[in-house]
Design a protein around this ligand. Structure first.
Ligand code: HEM
Ligand SMILES: *[C@@H]1O[C@H](CO)[C@@H](O)[C@H](O)[C@H]1NC(C)=O
Length: 505
């Protein structure tokens, strides 16, 4: 499971026919009329669904309600509304859809992004927040900086496999920052287990969009192992064992290093040291599984942001050259940029903001399940609804971002008063809202900054040219339904002259 498949799951789970539908206890928010019983199922094109949602937002306003077989899907199209509900009413807006097969039987509930709003979730969230503040992340900077040049070299050696390189980068970076585990070869045991698990989650457990018969008919979970039709239980046992191994192997290795005094400062060491001698079994479980959560959560998001950045550079060579001029002036050509350079590179900062805004990497975030009936602006929102922050529409708000579809870092250069500047910061919404907001946001933001800075300093990324010298326009297609991830496109990636020297190419 890469994190976002949860969303798909929610659509599918919504198909579960509710035999006991009751009439709503008030006026529901507006939305497109669906069919009787099945509701708006035909409106849910999985391709670029954010475009349909944005159309509803334009037609019906800040809050839109549709339903599928009676389960409400609520879209919050405005940042203030999303804060009012997901943040201010966080105590009832922070659950996730319930998943019997993926969550309960396969052990997915140990992975925090899937867990309901319970004690385990709250404990693990707290740990993540503590070990992923901007201040703590400073300690991880050397680890982040270590992964950059190897990534650039892999990218240059086989540019057409750029997606694989970014995935590998995200994976090795995460193992490093979370466990202090440094991947040195393709055969690395931790990396292999991690990649196999990401695959099991995405392609086996979530293979049918998470729809398992047992999710529709939960009593099947009691089927005996020898009974016909119990194949899913055998699979679940196997996959759960695999996921458990994935959580255990890198953590145990980290602990050994802790004991023999060779551990590096990383997420786990920060928390184990903080817990000290009084660490309980539960503390350890929480550290282990919160660590485990982050691997799958960082893959698709990183791939989405970095490939989108590359697309923006291909389509906007003037932006690339302006950024390279800034870097050359500030950093020079005798080294690559590092975190100390960040305050002196204002244009690069604008590029990062614009990449996050323009991309809207997770356009409608992940579903929050509403735990109690709620009333907002005279609208009735039924318990059990899946509530989505419509991040896409927020990034395309024409008042805040004139000509919003254009990629233009300059929009963040303009002198704005402090308050407006704060309000326009895309980091306010691209990471979601409330108690489920991305806990990796500072890490993501910083590692993305470093990667963008290094790529600009070292590489020219531009339109490819075919044998006959014709420029190839990149084909932009979005096929993933949860991440706004550009499908692979053609481009030309080559090292800048001084970078050859710096990287010993
Ligand atoms: C630029 C990259 C990233 C973006 C845009 C992003 C965005 C998001 C969004 C929109 C959500 C859903 C929030 C919600 O439900 O309201 C989320 C959840 C999450 N993200 Fe990120 N993310 C990024 C990178 C990362 C990284 C690198 C990590 C790990 C270190 C991470 C860890 C998580 C976790 C654990 C959750 C689940 C939180 C929960 O269920 O409470 N993310 N992210
Ligand atoms: C410490 O433990 C790690 C992890 O098992 C191991 O790789 C390393 O060689 C050990 N170092 C020493 C000095 O014992």
């Amino acid at each position: 499971m890469e994190l976002g498949t949860t969303l798909l799951a929610c659509f599918i789970l919504a198909l579960v026919i509710k035999l006991s539908r009751t009439a709503p206890k008030g006026q529901l928010p507006p939305g497109p009329k669906g069919l009787p019983l099945v509701g708006n199922i035909l409106d849910l094109s999985l391709k670029e669904l954010w475009l349909s949602i944005a159309k509803w937002a334009r037609n019906y306003g800040d809050i839109v309600y549709i339903h599928v077989f009676g389960t409400g899907l609520v879209f919050l199209n405005d940042a203030e509304v999303a804060v009012d509900l997901m943040d201010r009413k966080g105590s009832i807006y922070s659950d996730r859809p319930h998943l019997v097969m993926a969550g309960e039987l396969c052990g997915g509930y140990n992975i925090m992004s899937f867990t309901g709003y319970n004690d385990q979730f709250r404990r693990q969230r707290r740990l993540m927040q503590r070990a992923l503040t901007p201040l703590v992340i400073k300690n991880y900077h050397p680890l982040l900086e270590m992964e950059t040049v190897p990534f650039l070299k892999r990218l240059l050696s086989k540019p057409e496999s750029y997606v694989d390189h970014i995935r590998r980068y995200a994976g090795t970076l995460t193992l490093n920052v979370i466990y202090g585990h440094q991947v040195t070869s393709d055969d690395d045991r931790c990396l292999k287990i991690a990649e196999a698990c990401a695959d099991v989650l995405a392609n086996d457990i979530a293979g049918g969009g998470f729809l398992w018969l047992v999710d529709v008919l939960p009593f099947l979970r009691h089927l005996p192992m020898w009974a016909p039709g119990s194949g899913f239980k055998h699979k679940a046992i196997r996959w759960k064992a695999q996921l458990t191994e994935f959580a255990t192997v890198p953590y145990d290795e980290f602990k050994e290093k802790m004991e023999n005094g060779t551990a590096k400062t990383c997420y786990c060491s920060t928390l184990v040291e903080a817990a000290g001698k009084s660490m309980t079994e539960q503390d350890e479980f929480d550290i282990k599984y919160s660590a485990n959560t982050m691997y799958s959560a960082s893959l698709d998001t990183t791939i989405t942001v970095v490939t989108s950045f590359m697309l923006c550079m291909v389509q906007n060579p003037d932006v690339r050259m302006k950024a390279q001029a800034e870097i050359d002036r500030v950093v020079g050509k005798d080294r690559l940029p590092d975190f100390n350079d960040r305050p002196s590179l204002p244009y690069l900062e604008c590029i990062l903001s614009e990449v996050l805004r323009w991309t809207a990497p997770v356009p409608y975030a992940l579903p929050h399940r509403l735990m109690e009936d709620d009333v907002y602006r005279n609208y009735f929102i039924p318990k059990g609804s899946f509530v989505f922050a419509n991040i896409w529409s927020m990034t395309r708000n024409q008042e805040m971002y004139p000509n919003a579809d254009a990629f233009s870092p300059e929009r963040f250069e303009a002198d704005l008063d402090e308050e407006l500047k704060k309000k326009r910061d895309p980091k306010n919404f691209v990471f979601g809202f409330g108690r489920r907001r991305c806990p990796g946001m500072y890490l993501a933001e910083q590692s993305t900054w470093l990667l963008i800075a290094s790529m600009l300093a070292a590489l020219d990324i531009q339109k490819a040219v075919d044998d006959k010298g014709n420029v190839i326009e990149p084909q932009v297609r979005y096929e993933n339904s949860v991440f706004r991830m550009p499908a692979p496109f053609k481009m030309d990636i080559r090292p800048r002259e001084h970078a050859r020297r710096l990287m010993n190419l």
